[in-house]
Design a binder for this molecule. Sequence first.
Ligand SMILES: Nc1ncnc2c1ncn2[C@@H]1O[C@H](COP(=O)(O)OP(=O)(O)OP(=O)(O)O)[C@@H](O)[C@H]1O
Ligand SMILES: [Mg+2]
Length: 338
Amino acid sequence: MFKFSSLFSKNMAMDLGTANTLIYVKGSGVVLNEPSVVAYNKDSKKILAVGTDAKKYIGKTPRHIKAQRPLKDGVIADFVITQAMIRHFFLKIQKMSRFFKPNVVICVPSGITQVEKKAVIDAAEEVGCGKVYLIEEPMAAAIGAGFDISKNRGRLIIDIGGGTTEVAVITMSSVAYCQSIRVAGDEFNESIIRYLLQKHQIYIGENTAEKCKIEAGSAFDVPIEPYTLIGKDAVTNNPKEITLAPEEIRAAIENPTRAVVEAVKRALEKTPDALVTDIYDEGIFMAGGGSLLKGLDKLIESETKIKCTVTDDPLLAIVKGSGIALENLKEYKKVFIN
Ligand SMILES: Nc1ncnc2c1ncn2[C@@H]1O[C@H](COP(=O)(O)OP(=O)(O)OP(=O)(O)O)[C@@H](O)[C@H]1O
Ligand SMILES: [Mg+2]
């Protein structure tokens, strides 16, 4: 796919997300796309698996092993584990040497605090990066979607990740308004878990809930087949099969989908009229994995009366946008926030 040796001198862009980490290497494109999960031995602290291999451990580990997601709500929650994860991913794509310090563009949620920013920069520097440039996720998504962000024209971008949903109005290479809520794809999964326990007395794990959401979850009345899953009966502890109607799953995730819509409405309310007129003409754009929830675009459209479109490859748009900024550092210098 790419020349291994060519990676030695290349700079990188990284979307260090709550759910997934993606790395873009200058000249090669996206070279890594794995879940942000680390499995380690709790006693010896030895790392056992990272990324795709570690995600399989979630909910299935013996007592001495922990499968952990080191980022929460878009920011670093466990510094040491995050660093170990980044180091592992870097080693996977290139042999980092003490003499090689790649510059790196890293996406962060908008509205990130100074302390949270510093943690990202420190983690990157400690695993051997040179210069670190931070870019806000909705800005990266807008660049990744191919918009000319330098134009004097308002655009509304929604990035729905695993941990955060960000609604940003972008104009002239800046974020004019941003509303960030800590409700996104993870919360949709947790709502399904809670609903099944409360309504049907069935326990399911995170991975089962995510699969159910992806295959049969929706935010609007769109055609979907009933969905069958197997969980654990909370009373008998035996395995139990249940078939859920799509309406039932929609109701289970209604609170978090409503929260996303309310964030969009708040953003429109707070945005100056002239920019709202641009947004009405251009439409709303969504990126991030959570934007793939069936019917979410239709729900936003019906509530705002503005056309809403999911960008191509919404799971890759943010890292691709960061990659474009990396390839054209001078042109995009205004978009970096550190
Ligand atoms: N087809 C789909 N339908 C619904 N949700 C999906 C789909 N595909 C992925 N997701 C969800 O998208 C989320 C991950 O999206 P993404 O990779 O953009 O998040 P992230 O960047 O890691 O998180 P954050 O930006 O909050 O730090 C997960 O919650 C996942 O379940
Ligand atoms: Mg993200």
